[in-house]
Every structure is written in C-alpha cells, then in structure tokens.
Design a protein around this ligand. Structure first.
Ligand code: G3P
Ligand code: MG
Length: 249
C-alpha cells in the first residue's frame, strides 16, 4: 500500500470542504476554499479540467453555463476567455467578478495548510490533464498533502504510472461499487469515495477489510452526517464543513 494507509487510522473523521465551503460561497473559488478553512475543514476538495489551450482550471461542470456568465464547453474554450468570466454573481451579488481559478493559483494559495483532494474531471484528453496536474503539483512540491481522485479509472491509472507513490481515491456512485473496489485494489488506492447514500455497515466493512478509507460525498444534512459518523466513515465531503466538525465524535 502506498504512502497513505495512514488515512484509515486517522484519529478523527475528516471534514472535507466539497468544492470548498460551497454552501456559503461560490463553489471551486479561492474564497470558497478560505471559507472552508475558516470553518475548520481538514481538507478541501475541488475539481480540475483542461481548457482548450491546456490550462488546468478549477471547475466542476463540463460547461460554463451554470456557474459563470459564459457559455459552452470548458474543453472548447481558451483560458483567456475563462479568465474574463464572472464565477461569483450566479451565487450572489456580493460575489460578483470572482474569477475561475487556475490550479496553479489554488496550489499557491493553499500550499501545505490542509489536505487537498484534487478530483480529475477529464474530457477526451485524460492523459494530458493528468500530466499537467502532475507538473503543477511537482512544482509546488505538494504530493504528500494531496489525494487525487476521480470517477475515471483511466485517469487514476495515469496518475499511478506517472508518480508511483501518489495517493489515490476512487470515486463512485450507484452501480459503481464493484468496479471501484477492484480498481482501488489494483491501483492500491488509499480511499474509496462513494456517494453518501450508498454507505452502510457492509460497504464500510468491505472497504476497511481491503485497507481503504471511506470518504463519503456529499452530506449536508445534519442527521445524514451523524449517520455516517456513527457507522464509521473516515471522511465526509460537505458543502458546510463546519457541520461535520460539529457532528463528529
Ligand atoms: O469527489 C467527491 C465529489 O466531488 C464527486 O462528485 O460531482 O461533486 O464532483 P462531484
Ligand atoms: Mg468533485
């Protein structure tokens, strides 16, 4: 098992800010990440993609429409265009003109202040995205404090090939458990990251039996957070990371 068998024995349940504190601030922006840290998050999760001209940006959707004043596919848009977009007004007027950050900017801002979970959201250029991400993380010497995750097993395999000691998490939703568990074994992942409603005693026993931590996404409801804490998850992604901090034992 690479570096991270450690997460399974993490002394407390990790509070992971999902796209930052995205319940209170515009998701995947620097302000959302700082807010998550203010609220006591141990870790920050964000999504990365490539623009058409191969800049790694921190962004969730395949298209720009929902969270910016732009439109169209990220993969078809040059960074100069993305840079001019307003990624805050959709959330609230107080956040007008907030930029879509690059991976470089976010790594520079967060440094080693917390554990970082970079979720790879590849288009058809998965290998290229992984390569650019590795270059950036190497530049800031942050491999020890980053866990790379993805629904896309090929992207995780590319990361493992490029940096053998890298920390990996396999993300899955309904119907994806068997595939995720076998990929996690093959890739010697550190965690499996299931959709929260799929997590029960059985799933946790199986994952822990293989030595994987269980990080559940995304729980915002206090009762659901308590349920997850009571059955033994190792980390909870929340848009309100303070709720995890308040609920965990
Ligand atoms: O990595 C956990 C979670 O972020 C996966 O779903 O769609 O919010 O990126 P999504
Ligand atoms: Mg994500």
């Amino acid at each position: 098992m690479p570096l991270l068998a450690s997460l399974v024995v993490e002394p407390r349940i990790l509070s992971i800010g999902h796209r930052g504190a995205s319940g209170l601030t515009p998701e995947n922006t620097k302000i959302a990440f700082f807010k998550a840290l203010d609220l006591g998050a141990d870790a920050i999760e964000f999504d990365v993609q490539l623009t058409r001209d191969e800049v790694v940006i921190v962004f969730h959707d395949e298209t720009l429409d929902r969270t910016t004043d732009g439109a169209g596919r990220v993969a078809d848009t040059d960074f100069a265009t993305v840079r001019d977009l307003d990624a805050g007004s959709w959330f609230g007027t107080a956040f007008a003109k907030i930029e879509v950050p690059t991976l470089t900017e976010v790594l520079q801002a967060l440094g080693k202040r917390c554990l970082i979970n970079i979720e790879l959201k590849p288009d058809e250029r998965g290998e290229l995205l992984a390569k650019h991400v590795v270059t950036e993380v190497a530049r800031f010497d942050l491999f020890d404090s980053i866990v790379f995750s993805s629904f896309d097993i090929d992207s995780l395999s590319a990361m493992r090939r490029m940096v053998p000691g890298v920390r990996l998490g396999v993300v899955f939703a309904e119907g994806g458990e068997d595939r995720a568990m076998s990929a996690a074994r093959r890739l010697e992942a550190e965690s499996v990251n299931p959709e929260a409603r799929l997590v029960d005693d059985q799933l946790i026993a199986k994952a822990h039996g293989w030595g994987f931590a269980v990080w559940a996404w995304t729980a915002n409801d206090r009762k659901e957070i308590e349920r997850l804490c009571n059955i033994g998850v190792d980390g909870i992604f929340s848009d309100y990371p303070d709720r995890v901090v308040a609920a965990r034992p």
